[in-house]
Design a binder for this molecule. Structure first.
Ligand code: HEC
Length: 80
């Protein structure tokens, strides 16, 4: 089980918060904090599972980063 603090947050920071942060392109869906990510866990799972996020004009998500996010999201996005 990936840890939010150790594993998940750095991946979100690299691949998602360039847009999902205050001042970013999609600032109405903040993923900069645990609460923001937890509140969006279901749509995040859908988007990542379908390879829709990050979009092609965003930073790449590595296969390892994708696996980390999915493993955390399918377990309910715990604060671990
Ligand atoms: C290059 C900018 C950019 C990056 C990087 C990015 N997003 Fe997005 N995201 C958007 C935009 C713009 C939308 C709204 C339009 C759309 O849904 O395509 C969006 C929408 C979403 C939605 C809502 C989709 C829905 O309609 O239910 C989720 C969830 C999401 N992003 C998660 C993520 C996650 C998780 C990452 C990182 C793996 C990420 N995004 C990276 C720009 C970005």
């Amino acid at each position: 089980m990936p840890s939010y603090a150790m594993d998940v947050a750095p991946v979100i920071q690299a691949s998602c918060t360039p847009c999902h942060a205050p001042g970013g392109k999609e600032s109405n869906r903040l993923l900069t904090t645990y609460d923001g990510a937890h509140a969006n866990r279901s749509p995040m799972l859908n988007q990542i599972h379908a390879c829709r996020m990050p979009p092609s004009d965003g930073p790449p998500l590595t296969a390892e980063g994708r696996a980390t996010l999915l493993a955390w999201l399918v377990c309910g996005a715990p604060k671990n």
